[in-house]
Structures are given as C-alpha cells and as structure tokens.
Design a protein around this ligand. Structure first.
Ligand code: SF4
Length: 707
C-alpha cells in the first residue's frame, strides 16, 4: 500500500518540503509538502520531477576499484574497498604527514555527513584540508556577513518578501535558480502595487523582466553601484543617523571614502545612467521595508566579500535590518550549504561557526571532541586544494557528492591535479560524472529518497530528511561510509581516540552531538533534537535549550554578535574584474543557471522532460556582436580564450548588452563534445573568502568549422 514520507527537495537552497509517495520498495511520485513553511506545497519543475531521478538509472550500485588508471573499475566488496582506501591513506600520511591528504565535499550532503567528514579530517587525521563545493557559491556571503554583522547568519526569512516595500535583487536570478522564492516575489507584487523591485544584473535576466528598475551594470561593478547609492542617500539626508549612531561603527570613515562615488562617476564605472543610481537609492531608502536578495553574481567574484559588505552597508545606513520585510538576505545555492557552514566543514572553520584561526575556538572544539588539540595550520580551500594536487603537495583526495572536474575554474589545472594524484576516492550516488574518470576507488552513496539526516535552508530552517525506500544495490549512507573508514583508519594508525571520536551507530546520535557543540554560539540549537523536529516541524535557528520555537528574524534589538554588539561598516572600494576584455579577447563571458537543470546534470540529465525547454546550451550574444563576426542565429561557434575552447550554438539576444555573452553552466563533457564553461574561467580568488571569480572571463567568439 502506498504511503507518503516527509523529506526535502535536494536541489536549491530554498529547501522545499516534499512528500515522497512510495510502496515501500520504489519511489512512485512526489508532491510539495503543504505543511512545510518554505514552500507550503509548491514545487518547481525540478522538484516536481524528483521521483524520476530515483528509479536507479545511472546509479553507482557497488564499490569499484580501478586496477590501473587506464583500466575500467572492477567491483569489490565494501571491506576490500575501505581497506584499500585505509592502506593508501595511512601509507601516504605516514610517509608525508597528515597534510598530504585532503577531503573535498559538498553542500548537498546532510549536516550529519558533513559533521563526520570534518571530524575525520580535523579530529582524527589532524589536517584541516577539508573543503567543499560551497566554497564556490557561498563563502563570500559568509565572509561578508562576518565582517559587517559579526556572524554568518542570514537575518531574514521568506515571509519578509511579502512584507517588503522595496526588493533589491542583486546578482541573483530567482525566476530560474530559486523558483519558489520567485513565486513569493510575484505574490508580493500582486498583493502590493506600490512595491518597487530593483534588479541588478549585467544581463536582462528572467527576473529582470518583472523589475521596475533593471540596472544592467558592467560585470564586477557592484561595489561602485552600492557605494554610489549610499553617496546619494547621504547627500539627500536619507540615512538613519540614529540607527548608525546607536548600532554601528565605522560609518564616518566609510562616508569619507564615499565622496568620490558621485552618480556621474559611478555611472561611468557601472555603464548605466546616473539617474538610475539616484532612483535606486531613493527607492531603497524611502519605500518602506527594504529587502535585498542576492546570490552568486555578488559571491563569485575576486572581490565577492566586499560586494556583500557594500550591499549590507545600505541596510545598516538606513536601519533596514532586524524588522519585518527588511534585511540583507543571501540566497543559498545548494540545499545544505548552510548545514556545512554550521558544522565547520570548510578549511578555515570549526564546529558551530568557530574559526580555525582562533586559539580559543580550537581549544573548545578539542575539548568537545576529547582530543589534545585541533591543528592550527590552515587547510587548503577548494582552488588551492586542487593546485596542491597538481603540484604534488597533496597526494590523495577523497571527493564526496560533487564533480570538481566540471565545476571548478581552470579545468585544465584541476584535471591535471586529479591525474597526478596518487589516490582518488569518489563517494557518489551517480556513476557517470566528469570526475569519475579520475577515480581509483568509487564508493556508492545513497541518493534522494534513500537518505536521512537534516538540512538547513536559506532562511536558517532545519528540516529532517527521511528515507522513503531502502538504499539501492550496495549503496550506503554517506555518514556510514565515513564512520566505517574512520574506524578502520584509526586502528591502522593506532590512534587510541578513534572509538571515542566515532561512536555513532545512528544518524541521530551525530545530530545530537552537533547540537551540543552549538551551545552558547550564535546558532545555538541545543534545544533541538530529531523528536522536536518531528513533533514541531522544521525550525529556524537559533533554538537554544528551553526555547519553544526557532527565531524568525535576527537583530531585532539592534545588537550584533560582535565584541561590542555593534555592526561594522568597512572600507570598500570599486575594483575591476580580474580579467578585463581587450583586443584579443574582447567579450565578457557570464554564466548562470537554467530553470530545469541542476549543477552538472548528474540527476536532472537523466530526466527527458527536463530537456523540453532547453535541450542544449546556447551562447547568448547581442545581434550586433554576431553581425560583426558574420554569425547567424543557430551557428556553431568556438568560444575561446587562452585556457581552452568550447563549441556551442549561438543565439541572438538583443536584451544582452554588446560586449557580453552568456552561457548556462550545466553542460560538461559528459553532455557535449567539449568541456563546460568553467574550462574558460580563471582561478583568481577573493582574498577573504577564497571564492573564485567564476562569474567572469574575457573571451572571443568565432564561427566553427563544424557548421
Ligand atoms: Fe527544489 Fe529549489 Fe525548486 Fe524548491 S525551488 S522545488 S528546493 S529546486
């Protein structure tokens, strides 16, 4: 008999609740959970097709070991697989030290999976070389929040969208990338004719179509725009002097630097009319509660942290934070990038938003884990981690639930690193990804519909993920694989702490330990447990012991988690993109998501109906730029720069400014005859967040001989 099991969608950070229909053996269907506060029953096309990804197609069913790099993987038992991994890792650690191995994990893992990976690296092996693909999407948002507000904590909730008087959407395209959030924006527009929507995007995106004001700024000029808006607010007396005086530091220093950001100068830096900058500033400061929604367009930049800070300044200067309908609200890209941050699953973080660089935080975590210390040496963030593979400094890497051979910038370097590595483990649900070709050992992990644990969405809401069916084939839960490996490795390395570090028999016991580590921290969830989540439904953090429910908004009292309780303005100045288009490569390459595909398409790529709208990646280009190169709509073109070349079909898009081209990021070499868009993107990173500038590269386009 069919039943429905509560779970979540495993795609974007909106974190929609789903009900999985199952006969107990197979997944039969899916619908939105009408009781889940993120979506109240709604799903986008991807979410509504989830059941079609759970039929076993394309799955890795057994552990498999490659006898040699030029041979196909051969099926082995779990014991053989893990013992081989232990032998290789232990041998490399003994010979070269703990920093010669690394873990590269994913914002699509459960919080519990993340927790044990982090503990394995930092607590058992003694290396901080554990980083995640969330480095590619949210780390600038993390650093931006921490530098200005004092903690990595999005202060808003989805309900704010319906209460805002003005919504500033910057570097985000929720119409395609966060569709249920976009439904809330559409609802807000319908309910409030006075609502003003401002969209900042170098491209006239699908979201920009509903904007009252679209600002198609030059790529990378976000700081200039936000500084220019603040200049106007200051000049016109639109800032909230009382809020600034009572709740912030650093405004006077910043105000001194703002003098040069006149609308006329900013118009030149951003490539938009000065009148638009003035209008945006006035609307932001005078239309009632001001809400900002932002994502990769701000984050994926070599100055992403300051992009975030410059936007947050607008809220602090006008007091538009900590009240209904107001605040800087970063939209999370992946379903559990937030959970990974919470458990400290990045090279520079420790459990519960602690910082690796802080000796007190290291001591606290060591005490919680019952180990002498946590190593102080910083781990390698994503880009550096793969460079260290290429240089030979890191010799073995364990990759889980992500596809760096497609998603990281400077693909040639990443692939060279994977090829040079002495041992590559890939723990994955699906067998056929660009990264799988480099794996010595493939470990089958459970997929959507089978997994259990918790995830946290963009509004800090934690939801339980429940399995509807048993694992396919010999697939195991990610946390189980890690714990089994950790115990075997600990015994091999004769580490006496291993049984104390990894006592877990259930996923719930990992969550309980995670909750304990958060006590007294900004994200305190010491009052949460699986039973609370079951009885009361998904909850926002903080949820300290004794609380009856989670906290909807942060900073309502104007106190921030800094040493003196005040938020901070920081000096931020306009910077150009790392690559400036020139004679040889005169075009700015932008990239983004489509409505019906997800990341590298390992899941959405097996659902035929998700190709109905877009069946191939098209390069969008202005008709004048096409004429200049004697291109016709539908021609195959070579998109190239010094790093590589992609062959795609070109499509005329008059709404895109001249000098800019745009391409979806989903297709990799598995789905087309050349590498994906990231083969052309450089690996320059933000100095604070280490997030690479994936959103921009200088390129040229020419007709392909394949026409
Ligand atoms: Fe899934 Fe995001 Fe769509 Fe919701 S909006 S159904 S979380 S992809």
């Amino acid at each position: 008999m069919n039943q429905e099991v509560k779970s979540t969608c495993c795609y974007c950070g909106v974190g929609c609740g789903v009900l999985i229909r199952t006969d107990g053996i197979t997944v039969q269907g899916v619908r939105g959970d009408p009781e889940h506060p993120a979506n109240y029953g709604r799903l986008c096309t991807k979410g509504a097709s989830l059941h079609l990804t759970a039929q076993g197609e394309g799955r890795q069913r057994h552990p498999a070991l490659r006898p040699a790099r030029d041979r196909q993987p051969e099926q082995v038992s779990w014991a053989q697989a893990l013992d081989t991994a232990v032998d290789r890792f232990a041998g490399i650690i003994r010979e070269h030290g703990p920093d010669s191995v690394a873990f590269y994990i994913s914002g699509q893992l459960m919080t519990e999976d993340y927790y044990v990976f982090n503990k394995l690296a930092k607590g058992l092996i003694g290396t901080n070389n554990v980083d995640t693909n969330s480095r590619l999407c949210m780390s600038s948002a993390v650093a931006g929040y921490k530098q200005t507000l004092g903690a990595d904590a999005p202060p808003c909730c989805y309900e704010d969208i319906g209460q805002a008087g003005v919504i500033l959407i910057a570097g985000a395209n929720p119409a395609l990338a966060h569709p249920i959030v976009f439904r809330y924006i559409e609802d807000a527009r319908a309910a409030n004719p006075a609502l003003k929507i401002i969209v900042v995007d170098p491209r006239r995106s699908e979201t920009a179509e509903i904007a009252d004001l679209h600002l198609p700024i030059l790529p990378g000029s976000d700081i200039a725009l936000f500084n220019g808006m603040l200049h106007v607010m200051l000049a016109e007396g639109l800032v909230d002097g009382d809020y600034i005086a009572r709740h912030t530091n650093g405004f006077d220093e910043l105000a001194g630097n703002l003098a040069e950001y006149t609308p006329q100068r900013v118009a030149g830096l951003c490539g938009i009319p000065a009148s638009s900058i003035v209008r945006a500033a006035r609307w932001f400061a005078t239309q009632g509660p001001a809400l900002s929604l932002y994502c990769q367009g701000l984050n994926q930049s070599a100055h992403g942290t300051h992009n975030n800070a410059a936007l947050i300044h607008l809220h602090l200067a006008t007091g538009q934070i900590g009240k209904p309908g107001a605040g800087p609200f970063s939209l999370t890209g992946q379903p559990n990038a937030m959970g990974g941050r919470e458990v400290g699953g990045l090279a520079n973080l420790l459990s519960a938003h602690r910082d690796l660089a802080n000796p007190e935080h290291r001591a606290e975590v060591a005490a919680l884990w019952g180990i002498p210390d946590v190593p102080a040496k910083p781990g390698k963030a994503a880009v550096d981690l793969f460079k260290a593979l290429e240089s030979g400094e890191i010799k073995a890497v364990w990759i889980a639930c992500t596809n760096p051979a497609q998603s990281l910038p400077n693909q040639a370097s990443v692939r060279a690193g994977l090829a040079r590595a002495e041992f590559v483990v890939l723990q994955e649900t699906f067998a056929d990804t660009d990264t799988a070709a480099y794996a010595d050992l493939l470990l089958p992990a459970t997929g959507w519909g089978e997994k259990h644990g918790t995830v946290t969405n963009s509004e800090r809401r934690i939801t339980r993920v429940q399995p509807a069916v048993a694992p396919l084939g010999e697939a195991r839960h990610d946390w189980q694989i890690v714990v089994d490996f950790a115990r075997r490795l600990g015994r091999k390395l004769q580490n006496p702490a291993v049984d104390r570090l990894f006592p877990y028999e259930t996923v719930e016991s990992i969550f309980a330990e995670h909750c304990v580590t958060t006590r007294g921290r900004d994200l305190d969830i010491s009052g949460l447990s699986y039973s609370v989540l079951e009885q009361q439904g998904p909850q926002q953090w903080p949820f300290p012991e004794g609380a009856s429910q989670g906290q909807q908004r942060l900073y309502a009292d104007g106190r921030f988690p800094t040493a003196d309780g005040r938020a901070r303005f920081i000096a931020v100045a306009h910077q150009a993109t790392v690559e400036v288009p020139g004679k040889e490569h005169p075009l700015s390459l932008l990239s983004g998501r489509l409505r019906d595909q997800w990341h590298g398409m390992s899941r959405t790529g097996i659902v035929p109906r998700l190709f109905n709208l877009d069946d191939e990646p098209l390069l969008a280009m202005h008709p004048c730029d096409m004429r200049h190169r004697q291109l016709d709509d539908g021609d195959l073109v070579r998109l190239f720069n010094g790093r590589g070349e992609i062959v795609v079909r070109v499509a005329s898009r008059p709404g895109l400014a001249r000098g800019r081209v745009w391409m979806p990021m989903h297709w990799g070499s598995r789905f087309m005859n050349s590498a994906g868009v990231n083969a052309l993107v450089g690996d320059a990173v933000d100095p604070y967040s280490q997030q690479p500038e994936l959103k921009h590269a200088a390129v040229e386009v020419a007709k392909s001989e394949l026409n």
